[in-house]
Design a protein around this ligand. Structure first.
Ligand code: KG4
Ligand code: ZN
Length: 328
């Protein structure tokens, strides 16, 4: 069994994954801690991980009645993410690994998101095309097997989650913005604002959402700013962004010839996106929303798969705040 640790941003998470799949997981969310600041404060995030992580590990082992002798390794997120937050995970993982005489397995956070659909049944079969939409990344990736990731397109500026968060802030919705904006959008009506559909006229599979964010700001500033305007604009923004994501997925599937599309990362929890993707002629795989956003189950799973493979860099007490997903 592998113990997984995730501390790349604002969730402290641990999980146990073994031969029979996911055994247990725990997530401690820092939302309340960062809420008064309107966004994640990196130093506070790191300090809070430091306080929560060891008790959480202790608790998961006790609750699942798993002994240290049952563990085959400790997988931890080594990047990308907030450097201070990542350092807590790496220090705890490496320290415990040394104390318990186990291998420490550095895991790429995006590989975790990419393989999160394997936490569900039925799992997808390779090859597939993946839409990875998180707070920091928007990528289309052709996946042929474990470790074989070919980047088809990515965001040239704001990531999809970042666009959600910034737009939410602009509309006065605070942090965490994505889910709040999605909730408000349910009360909105389409067609009351007109927004550009970025990069759809080009053949590339890259994304650009910063223009959309600016268009929302201009539209908001010009509007009477009633509660209904706010909901309508949230709705139009969400629909526009979803439309672009779905169209690029359609093109990516046409390019790769894959029949399967997997979606993961925090924005993968978005219901409008999930519904819109069903219009594609593809077998769809979404992890449940809990496995779309940051969690340690996906890190433990990748650790389990990689336990007998040579570790990718970085090893030792190193983290990579920026770390491109190695492509094959
Ligand atoms: O994958 P994730 O938990 O963390 C990163 O690795 O970035 O993604 C977080 C992002 C945030 O930008 C958040 O606003 C967005 O995912 N998000 C959503 C929803 N739930 C989370 N965006 C839109 N609709 C949602 N329901
Ligand atoms: Zn993430």
């Amino acid at each position: 069994m592998i113990l997984g640790i995730e501390t790349s941003c604002d969730e402290t998470a641990v999980a146990l994954y073994g031969e029979l799949g996911l055994v247990a997981q725990k997530i401690y969310s820092q939302v309340a801690l960062h809420e008064p600041f309107g966004g994640v404060v990196p130093e506070l995030a790191a300090r809070d991980h430091l306080q929560r992580l060891l008790p959480l590990i202790d608790q998961i082992l006790r609750d699942a009645q798993v002994q240290v002798a049952d563990l085959q390794g400790i997988a931890y997120t080594a990047g990308p993410g907030l450097a201070g937050a990542l350092l807590v995970g790496v220090a705890v993982a490496q320290g415990l690994a040394r104390a318990w005489n186990l291998p420490a397995l550095p895991i790429h956070h995006l590989e975790g998101h990419l393989l999160a659909p394997y936490l569900e049944t039925p799992p997808p079969v390779f090859p597939f095309t993946a839409l990875l939409v998180s707070g920091g990344h928007t990528q289309l990736i052709a996946v042929t097997q474990l470790g074989q990731y070919h980047l088809l397109g990515e965001s040239l500026d704001d990531a999809a989650g970042e666009a959600f968060d910034k737009t939410a802030k602009l509309l006065g919705l605070g942090y965490p913005g994505g889910p709040a904006l999605a909730r408000l959008a349910q009360q909105g009506r389409l067609g009351h604002f007109s927004l550009p559909k970025p990069l759809l006229d080009r053949h590339s599979l890259d994304f650009s959402f910063s223009g959309l964010k600016t268009a929302v700001r201009l539209a908001w500033e010009k509007s009477p700013q009633t509660p209904q305007d706010r909901a309508d604009l949230a709705c139009e923004f969400e629909a526009t962004l979803v439309h672009v994501l779905v169209e690029k997925c359609r093109r990516a599937l046409a390019k790769t010839g894959h029949r399967r599309l997997i979606v993961s990362g925090g924005v993968g929890a978005n219901q409008r996106l999930r519904t819109a993707l069903t219009t594609l002629d593809a077998e769809l795989y979404f992890p449940r929303p809990l496995f779309c956003t940051d969690n340690a189950a996906m890190i433990a799973l990748v650790g389990y798969w990689r336990r007998n493979l040579p570790s990718p860099p970085p090893s030792g007490l190193t983290v990579h705040a920026r770390w491109p997903l190695p492509s094959g």
